[in-house]
Ligand binder design. Structure first.
Ligand SMILES: Nc1ncnc2c1ncn2[C@@H]1O[C@H](COP(=O)(O)OP(=O)(O)O)[C@@H](O)[C@H]1O
Ligand SMILES: [Mg+2]
Length: 455
């Protein structure tokens, strides 16, 4: 889904009054919409109150607690095992040893989740390109009668990181094909700078892998002289660990294929990376890996992605392709002087307008009566309440988290040896309880108001 459609959907769902269950890898989308996160981890379902950011914080706390429980349990197990091996052989203690071992067997073992590989990806060295990486002079592409764009005068300088944006069908892929040299212009001139070494990730690149080879074979093929341990480490950096490296590419999921194809591209030396929707199919962790890698990239970067959280920290300029109704005229390509944040802000405003009940033809065409917007006191009022409710929910989650932390501290008898400190924490707890009570009361009030706006 392109950004425009996604933002429209987001606006629409924000004012949707029913319950909603969403599966998505788009962190911005989730952060703006959800009040609760369900995670399936270690074959269990975990429930976190709050949005995705709050989930990450809570999970970090949970993981810390789990680690200390694990360490405690391991120490206990070791102690029992040592006792049994020392005294178990003695006739007088044999029974006791048996029961100790039984208890160990019955013990609910604390298990730690698999940790993400901490290996950072490093780009292979590549020569510098000339200062002007690409120069277009009246560049244009036509397919028969249809003009995609024309008269494009544009220079891309070394080291720039450009986002190419626009709705689906605007011509982003066509422009990237020109930049990669995969396709020549039908009009005008496209000139490559000195020593430009292109790395191109096409929109459907992942489907071009050799499906009969395993992940490891592909990685080995990229750098045949590299020792296996290093190849494994690189595979780990792209989140392939254990037996996963022996899977054949043909049976990989979309996200896994994308990771292999990206690794293959990034491991080949280049000084101009052109990536066409590399984030499609990638989950949140994989996007994080790619983002971290690209942030270290020294070359020139040109990319298309509809993921805001991925683009915003990465790019420094925006090239917008605006389609026209007239197939002869083609899209207009505009270099925006402001950065990605300004572009995004404008898009959010446009989406809010498009999602407003009267001006939205899409919403009128909504399939069922349930999904239509109902008459309410005032849209603005409802939004204000919703925003307050969202904020309260985040606050409540934060208060509850802090409360759990304080409980943990107060549960340790040692804290009472330091009277002033204990007093301070008790005061904090009292204050927190008051805040939490107030927030919950206000939250209830707003929820009642919001539900009374339902028809
Ligand atoms: N090989 C082709 N033949 C005819 N039309 C094409 C071809 N490739 C792309 N187009 C058309 O050019 C326009 C731009 O496509 P594309 O560059 O893929 O857009 P985007 O990547 O922004 O979604 C679309 O209307 C598409 O249908
Ligand atoms: Mg495209």
């Amino acid at each position: 889904m392109d950004l425009e459609s996604l933002l429209w959907l987001e606006e629409f769902l924000k004012s949707f009054q029913g319950a909603m269950l969403v599966i998505s890898h788009d962190t911005s989308f989730l952060n703006r919409l959800v009040h609760e996160v369900l995670e399936i981890d270690q074959k269990k379902l975990w429930i976190y109150k709050g949005n995705l950011e709050s989930y990450a914080e809570q999970k970090a706390v949970r993981l810390e607690q789990l680690k200390s429980q694990y360490a405690g349990q391991q120490a206990k197990i070791k102690e029992v095992e040592q006792w049994v091996s020392r005294f178990g052989a003695k006739a007088t203690k044999a029974r006791q040893a048996q029961s100790k071992l039984k208890a160990l067997e019955k013990m609910d073992r604390v298990e730690l989740p698999e940790e993400r590989s901490t290996v950072r990806f490093r780009f292979p060295p590549a020569p510098h390109s000339g200062r002007e990486v690409i120069t277009m002079n009246k560049g244009g592409v036509r397919f028969g009668e249809k003009t995609v764009f024309k008269d494009l005068n544009w220079t891309l300088t070394r080291g720039s990181r450009v986002a190419v944006v626009g709705v689906n069908g605007a011509g982003k892929t066509t422009l990237l094909k020109l930049l990669s040299g995969e396709m020549g212009p039908t009009d005008g001139i496209v000139k490559f700078g000195h020593e430009v070494k292109v790395g191109y990730y096409a929109q459907h690149q992942a489907e071009t892998l050799d499906f009969s080879r395993t992940v490891l074979q592909i990685f080995e093929g990229i750098a045949p002289e590299m020792p296996v341990s290093q190849v494994r480490a690189i595979a780990g950096a792209f989140l392939f660990t254990g037996d996963a490296v022996h899977k054949k590419c043909g049976i990989l999921s979309g996200g896994e294929k994308a990771r292999v194809a990206l690794a293959k591209l990034l491991l080949s030396p280049s000084n101009f990376l052109i990536l066409d929707e590399p984030t499609n199919h990638l989950d949140i962790d994989s996007k994080e890996v790619l983002l971290e890698a690209l942030q270290d990239y020294q070359g020139t970067l040109c990319l298309v992605s509809h993921d805001r959280s991925f683009m915003a920290p990465l790019v420094d300029s925006v090239l917008e392709i605006q389609p026209s109704e007239d197939p002869k005229k083609g899209s207009q390509v505009i270099q925006l002087l402001s950065g990605y944040d300004d572009y995004l802000e404008r898009k959010i405003k446009e989406a809010a307008l498009a999602a407003a009940p009267k001006s939205s033809p899409k919403k009128e065409a909504a399939p069922t009566p349930e999904t239509q917007v109902r008459t309410r006191p005032s849209n603005n009022q409802v939004r204000t309440w919703e925003r307050e409710r969202d904020k309260l929910e985040t606050d409540i989650a934060a208060f509850e988290k802090k409360q759990a932390e304080l409980h943990l501290i107060l549960g340790d008898s040692k804290i009472y040896e330091d009277k002033p400190k204990a007093l301070e924490i008790l005061n904090q707890q009292r204050e927190l309880e008051k805040k939490l009570g107030d927030a919950l009361a206000r939250w209830e009030e707003i929820c009642t108001k919001l539900s009374s706006t339902d028809v």
